[in-house]
Design a protein around this ligand. Structure first.
Ligand SMILES: C[S@@+](CC[C@H](N)C(=O)[O-])C[C@H]1O[C@@H](n2cnc3c(N)ncnc32)[C@H](O)[C@@H]1O
Length: 455
């Protein structure tokens, strides 16, 4: 890995709130040079049709339908316990940030949210905490939707005496890259304030049609000023890593990605196998994020941000409450560990934390004090997996708002571009954009280590 971003972070309730931020080098020299490039094939808007006949959507559904629901005990034993919690914290921040933005002008705003590809309902508590009013959940995996609905009912039973009423909810099993959900909704003219699609949108990038349908479902029912947020694998980072690997595969003891080709990366249907310890073992599709950004314009969506997990962590972990949540969610592992056993037994997996601790100690003049100082971190292997992802947020442009005639006209033109034209325009422009993106993004994979703590 390249840089390791370290911010001192609370790992238990006993800890101090961060005083400063630091950076560490893991020093394996793996940063990508600016001159290295990703080639996106020009013909790639057509690609992907070849895969659709193979029924990959049903393969994905079958995978998630048969994934056992890990109980608390199992989760505690998981090798990626902290990474899962860290991902969960990222989702919490993403959703909370969106709700905050929506309520900026109206604190009492009633919020209708759409959990697109909701899975087993892993985000229900986040919606409860966010005090939304209504939630629509949809997923291709029927078993997951059933579990999600059951979890909601359990939550409802537990929340009966709560001062704040629990949101109402409705559930749909649907291939959201195939079916137009508006046709299924109990209230067809329902509109959303927020769509959240967590760790899922990439499954639709099998063909342009599927990606567009998923995007349509995510955005067409959003109100002006409504948000579409989510987490998604970073196509550029995946390509960078496979290009740096010996063969077609890269990874470590917690994750592995295997491509079929490392020269051509079609914009759609670029399949790779993704294995994440005990959680995912499934074919996925590469998403070149600037293309998603461009496609989203068709639905009047403007990008607010797209951050690597490292950038997003840095932005949000400075806040005291968010920092406390990191600790409560056990989203980072204490180093040195409290019970002498770290999640990873691989040599060198905590070198970044060792270096950071040494730096902290020398700065504070506590070189001899080895016992009391701890940081929160992720093992290098877990961070390599977590740093594959981006967090993003789009806003639905308010065409009725007074933004000046020219801007309106320009945006309107973009929205009404005939579909073929948009397809034609995609690859060459995007291939050029890759170069810009490389300069900005390549090698910026910072690993979070955390705050100083007293024991
Ligand atoms: C990694 S899980 C994430 C679940 C949930 N969003 C979360 O963060 O806990 C990916 C989910 O995407 C769903 N999915 C994949 N392709 C889909 C499609 N075409 N339509 C609807 N759901 C889909 C899967 O069934 C699975 O539940």
């Amino acid at each position: 890995m390249s840089d390791v971003g370290i911010s001192e972070q609370a790992v238990t309730s006993e800890t101090d709130i961060p005083k400063s931020e630091g950076q560490l080098e893991t020093g394996d020299g793996s940063q990508v040079k600016e001159s290295e490039s990703i080639s996106v094939t020009e013909s790639s808007t057509e690609v992907g049709e070849g895969n659709s006949g193979d029924g990959l959507a049903s393969k994905v559904a079958a995978h998630y339908n048969t994934l056992p629901e890990a109980g608390r005990e199992k989760r505690l034993e998981s090798r990626i316990f902290f990474q899962r919690n860290f991902n969960n914290w990222i989702k919490s921040m993403c959703i909370a940030d969106a709700l905050k933005r929506l309520r900026e002008k109206d604190r009492q705003r009633k919020i209708v949210a759409f959990d697109l590809c909701c899975g087993k309902g892993g985000d229900l508590l986040k919606w409860k905490k966010g005090q939304i009013n209504h939630l629509v959940c949809a997923d291709i995996a029927a078993v997951s939707v059933e579990q999600c609905e059951q979890r909601y009912k359990d939550l409802q039973a537990k929340s009966q005496n709560d001062r704040n009423k629990l949101f109402t909810a409705e559930f749909y099993t649907a291939d959201c890259a195939e079916e137009i959900l508006t046709d299924l909704y109990k209230t067809p003219d329902m509109t959303f304030d927020l769509t959240s699609c967590q760790f899922s949108f990439h499954y639709s990038f099998e063909t342009i049609k599927r990606a567009d349908t998923m995007l349509r479902n995510a955005c067409e029912r959003l109100k002006p000023g409504g948000l579409f947020v989510g987490t998604i694998p970073n196509g550029c980072e995946l390509v960078r890593r496979v290009k740096h690997s010996e063969g077609l595969s890269f990874g470590n003891d917690v994750y592995r990605v295997t491509f079929k080709d490392k020269e051509n990366f079609p914009l759609f249907g670029c399949i790779y196998d993704f294995h994440l310890e005990g959680v995912v073992d499934c074919p996925e599709f590469l998403v070149y994020f600037p293309l998603l950004e461009r496609m989203a314009k068709k639905y009047g969506m403007r990008l607010l941000y797209s951050d690597t997990f490292a950038e997003f962590f840095k932005k949000h972990s400075r806040d005291r409450e968010n920092c406390q949540l990191l600790s409560r969610m056990k989203a980072l592992e204490a180093f040195p560990p409290f019970d002498k056993t770290s999640a990873s037994q691989t040599e060198g997996d905590y070198d970044h934390a060792v270096k950071f601790l040494a730096k902290l100690k020398s700065e504070s003049g506590r070189e001899g004090d080895n016992k009391r100082l701890k940081v929160g971190t992720l093992s290098k292997a877990e961070w390599e997996a977590a740093s594959l992802y981006l967090v993003f947020a789009f806003i639905k442009e308010d065409v009725t708002a007074d933004k000046g005639e020219d801007k309106n006209a320009e945006e309107e033109e973009e929205r009404t571009l005939p579909e073929e034209e948009e397809e034609e325009a995609g690859p060459s422009e995007d291939a050029a954009a890759v170069k810009d993106l490389e300069r900005e993004e390549m090698g910026i994979t910072e690993e979070p280590v955390t705050k100083k703590q007293k024991t």
